[in-house]
Design a binder for this molecule. Structure first.
Ligand SMILES: Cc1cc2nc3c(=O)[nH]c(=O)nc-3n(C[C@H](O)[C@H](O)[C@H](O)COP(=O)(O)O)c2cc1C
Ligand code: SF4
Ligand code: SF4
Length: 367
C-alpha cells in the first residue's frame, strides 16, 4: 500500500517504534508487530560499551548488558525476524564491532542503525553515541566501511548538537541510506530540522521526537519525514502504534501520498513546489525557488515539460489553465475538481502524478 523500499528492507507502513536501551528488545517488539519498523536496542557491541552500560545501570539507567554481545545480538535478531521490518540500534567504541553487527543484521534482513545519539557521559567518553556527531569525518569513515557489507544503514542523530544539514549531507555522501532524527531542541520539537534535511538530501528520513498522536505524526510527514518513530509515546499508550497505522493507512488510500508536503506558503518543504502556482504573485514561492537554485523561467519550463501529454496538462477553468499549477487535493477547490472530473482523473491518481512531478523538480534542485 505504501510502496516503501530501502534497499532490501520494505517496511509495510511508515510507523516505527524508536529504540530505548534496556526496554525495546525482541520481547517488547512482539507487542508491536503492526508497526512498519521496530528499532531494537540500543545494544552495546563490545567490552568497552558494555562496561560503560554497567556503570550507567549502577546509577539507575536501563541498559542491555551482555558478556557475549554478538551472540546476544544474533539471538535478538532470530527472535524478532518474523515480526515486521527490524532495525538494530547499536553502539561501539571502534569500527570492527559495527562491521560484525552489520554482517549479522544483513543475514537476518534487518537494518543496522549507528547510534550517534546517546549522550550518556560513559558512552561519549568512549567516542560512541553523540561523540560521533562531533567527529563527522570519523562517522563517515565508519559508514563507508560498514556499507561495504551491503547492509541497509541508518544513522540515529540528535538535532541541534552540531550543524544538522552538514551532518545529513555528509552521511548521505558517505553512503548511509536512512537518517533517523531526534528533532529535539530545548524549547520542544524542531520540525524545521526535518524540513531542512528533506530540502538538502534524498536520504530516507525517520522523524522522531514527541509523536504522541496523529497530529504530531502529520507534522513530521508534511515537513518531509518518510516515516515517524515513537519511544515515550509507546510506553505511555501501547495502542498508539495501531491507531497511527490505521490513520496513515486511511490517508494513503484517500490521497495516494501519505507524506505530501504542506504548501510552500504554509511552511512546507521544497517538494511542495509541485503544488505552486505560476510564479506571477509576490509570495513565498520566490524564496523557495531561490533556495532550490531554480529560476522562475526554469520552474515554468520544468512543470510544463513534465506535465505535457499527461492528465495533469489540461485544466480549463482552473486559475492557470492547467492542473500543473493546482493545489493539494486536501485544499477544497471546485474549479480543480471539475477539471479532474472532465479529465477522468481520481484524487489518488492526481496526487500520484503530483508526487512524480515533485520528484522531478527535486532532482533539478541545487543541494
Ligand atoms: C528510556 C529511553 C532509552 C533510550 N535509549 C535509546 C537508545 O538506546 N538509542 C537511541 O538511539 N535512542 C534512545 N532513546 C531515545 C529515543 O529513541 C527517542 O529518540 C527519544 O526518546 C525521543 O523520542 P520520543 O519523544 O518518541 O520519546 C531512548 C529514550 C528513552 C526514553
Ligand atoms: S505559488 Fe501559490 S502555493 Fe506557492 S507559495 Fe505562492 S501562493 Fe502559495
Ligand atoms: S484552480 Fe483551485 S486548485 Fe487550481 S490553482 Fe486555483 S485554487 Fe488552486
Amino acid at each position: 500500500m505504501f510502496n516503501i523500499k530501502i534497499g532490501y528492507a520494505s517496511p509495510k507502513n511508515p510507523i516505527a517504534t524508536a529504540p530505548m536501551a534496556g526496554i525495546t528488545d525482541s520481547r517488547f517488539a512482539a507487542k508491536f508487530r503492526n508497526a512498519g519498523l521496530i528499532v531494537l536496542g540500543g545494544y552495546n557491541l563490545d567490552g568497552k560499551t558494555n562496561e560503560a552500560a554497567r556503570k550507567e545501570v549502577v546509577r539507575g539507567r536501563n541498559e542491555f548488558v551482555s558478556d557475549d554481545p554478538m551472540n546476544f545480538l544474533e539471538q535478538e535478531l532470530v527472535a524478532s525476524k518474523d515480526l515486521t521490518t527490524i532495525a538494530v540500534n547499536v553502539r561501539a567504541a571502534s569500527l570492527e564491532p559495527f562491521v560484525q553487527a552489520a554482517h549479522l543484521a544483513k543475514k537476518y534482513g534487518a537494518i543496522l542503525e549507528i547510534n550517534a545519539h546517546c549522550r550518556q557521559p560513559e558512552m561519549v567518553e568512549l567516542g560512541a553515541g553523540e561523540a560521533l556527531l562531533r567527529d563527522v569525518p570519523g562517522l563517515c569513515e565508519y559508514i563507508r566501511e560498514i556499507k561495504k557489507t551491503g547492509v541497509v544503514l541508518s544513522v540515529k542523530t540528535r538535532a541541534n548538537v552540531v550543524n544538522d544539514v552538514e551532518v545529513a549531507k555528509a552521511i548521505e555522501k558517505a553512503g548511509a541510506d536512512i537518517i533517523h532524527i531526534d528533532a529535539m531542541r530545548p524549547q520542544g520539537v524542531d520540525i524545521g530540522v526535518i524540513k531542512r534535511t528533506r530540502n538538502s538530501t534524498d536520504l530516507f528520513i525517520i522523524g522522531n521526537n514527541s509523536v504522541v498522536d496523529f497530529e504530531s505524526a502529520k507534522e513530521m510527514f508534511s515537513h518531509g519525514a518518510d516515516m515517524v518513530s515513537l519511544a515515550r509515546g509507546v510506553l505511555k499508550d501501547p495502542g498508539l502504534i495501531n491507531h497511527l497505522v490505521a490513520e496513515i493507512s486511511a490517508i494513503q488510500s484517500m490521497t495516494g501520498w501519505y507524506n505530501a508536503p504542506k504548501h510552500i506558503c504554509g511552511g512546507g518543504d521544497l517538494r511542495a513546489l509541485a503544488f505552486c502556482c505560476l510564479p506571477v504573485k509576490n509570495c513565498a514561492l520566490h524564496a523557495a525557488l531561490k533556495q532550490a537554485g531554480i529560476s522562475a523561467e526554469d520552474f515554468m519550463k520544468l512543470k510544463m515539460d513534465f506535465t505535457r501529454g499527461t492528465p495533469l496538462e489540461p485544466g480549463n477553468g482552473t486559475c492557470f489553465g492547467s492542473m500543473a499549477w493546482c493545489c493539494k487535493i486536501t485544499k477544497p477547490c471546485f474549479l480543480r475538481d471539475s477539471a479532474l472530473t472532465s479529465t477522468g482523473l481520481s484524487d489518488v491518481e492526481y496526487m500520484r502524478l503530483k508526487k512524480k512531478l515533485s520528484e522531478y523538480i527535486m532532482k533539478k534542485r541545487r543541494r
